[in-house]
Design a protein around this ligand. Structure first.
Ligand code: VGL
Ligand code: ZN
Length: 233
């Protein structure tokens, strides 16, 4: 009993401890840092603020320096987007409704096209980012994923873009871990890409256990989990 407990503890310590210097991951020409939705609306003071979301920005800026290739995503909704509780009379944020494509969590109005809330965080320092891809611009369909909208049919084009550019090793950071990060990571796996989420450079919304579920789903899909310190500077 004691031995089994100790072994479990040691295994979990090993799983989360930074790699030794020689084992650190060195991003190469096929590696791309995918920075998900680091936008004002998801930061403290924003309409759908993710707790401690601002804490990931220095890590992302530091990681950015280790990557030749950087892609940024931007949640980019219409004014009366179907994912907004305000578009459904009698509903409030975090209620769930049935839409033609399945269950939809309803959110406070956020990331409306062209507004300050939708702008990228001003402290993000990624001047070499090569693509900013917007999603969720279809009024009738949400898109947590940077690859596929919630109808599971409409493509954003990102998989083809990455494929054409030979970018096959994705390192995903940003907001929120349990929604746009997780859905993007899992869809990237479905597109046959190698996917690693850098856990400490993400933060979650964690509504009703969604963070633990997202990690279980990501790991089951073959997504790897590492920390910023595991990347060679
Ligand atoms: C997100 C909820 C609604 C996200 C976007 O970026 O994770 N979450 N829209
Ligand atoms: Zn959204």
């Amino acid at each position: 009993q004691w031995l089994a407990g100790t072994a479990t503890l040691m295994a979990s310590a090993l799983a989360s401890s930074p790699l030794w210097a020689a084992d650190k991951i060195k991003p190469d020409a096929q590696s791309v840092l995918i920075v998900v939705d680091v936008q004002n609306c998801f930061l403290p003071g924003g309409s759908l603020a993710v707790k401690d979301g601002e804490q990931i920005i220095p890590l992302i800026n530091q990681l950015g320096k280790a990557f030749r290739h950087v892609v940024i995503t931007q949640d980019w909704h219409t004014q009366r987007h179907i994912s907004f509780a305000s578009s459904h009379p009698g509903k409030k944020p975090f209620d769930v409704v049935k839409l033609p494509y399945g269950d939809q969590v309803l959110w406070p109005d956020h990331c409306v096209q062209g507004t300050d809330g939708a702008a990228l965080a001003k402290d993000l320092d990624l001047p070499h980012a090569q693509l900013i891809i917007r999603k969720g611009f279809n009024n009738e369909v949400d898109s947590y994923s940077a690859f596929l909208e919630a109808d599971k049919k409409s493509s954003t084009g990102l998989a083809s873009y990455l494929k054409e550019r030979g970018l096959t090793k994705l390192f995903v950071v940003g907001l929120a871990t349990d929604f746009c990060v997780a859905w993007s990571a899992i869809d990237a796996r479905k597109a046959g890409l190698e996917v690693t989420v850098i856990e400490d450079a993400t933060r979650g919304i964690d509504a009703q256990g969604s963070l633990a579920k997202a990690w279980a789903d990501m790991l089951a899909a073959g997504v790897k989990r590492i920390q910023t310190a595991d990347i060679a500077a």
